[in-house]
Design a protein around this ligand. Structure first.
Ligand SMILES: [Zn+2]
Length: 159
């Protein structure tokens, strides 16, 4: 794993605050490693090059929410079928704050890479999300290549 660490994928302010143990099972740990190696790390490397080419500053990607074991997921009100609960989904934000470019970049990058869901989450009137949800696999392992926008709790084809 090059850019992302297991720690970063497990970290949760809510879990700390509520004293919830967010340790993954061995199976879920393998899912997280698979997602980082095959998806998040390559995405991150290409995002850095994209930002350099386009003079968008030094660019990283931060995991704002990664693995959510079932107790943590319940505590944050996440969907019970969420891929976050099995280590296959991650909420990402660009460290340089360039959300408009990051959304477009993710969409273009995933056009040629395997994934299950890319969701532009909690979009405002300006079409900008608060974060990008990347699901590498569905809970059953599928990769459905869904592109969605979420506005006011409803899902639409990605705008
Ligand atoms: Zn998510």
């Amino acid at each position: 794993m090059r850019y992302f660490t297991m720690d970063e994928a497990l970290r949760s302010a809510t879990a700390l605050k509520l004293g919830i143990d967010n340790t993954p099972t061995d199976e879920h740990r393998r899912h997280i490693e698979e997602s980082i190696i095959l998806c998040l790390d390559p995405l991150r490397g290409e995002w850095e090059r994209f930002c350099e080419r386009n003079l968008l500053g030094k660019a990283g990607i931060v995991i704002s929410s990664g693995y959510r074991g079932f107790r943590l997921n319940a505590a944050v009100g996440g969907s019970t079928t969420s891929a976050h609960c099995v280590g296959y989904a991650f909420d990402l934000v660009p460290s340089n704050g360039r959300m408009r470019e990051f959304k477009r970049f993710c969409r273009e990058w995933f056009a040629t890479h395997p994934f299950d869901q890319l969701i532009s989450e909690d979009e405002g009137a300006d079409g900008l999300p608060r974060w990008m949800h990347v699901g590498f696999r569905n809970r059953d392992g599928r990769q459905r290549r869904q592109l969605l926008s979420m506005r006011r709790g409803q899902y639409y084809p990605m705008s």
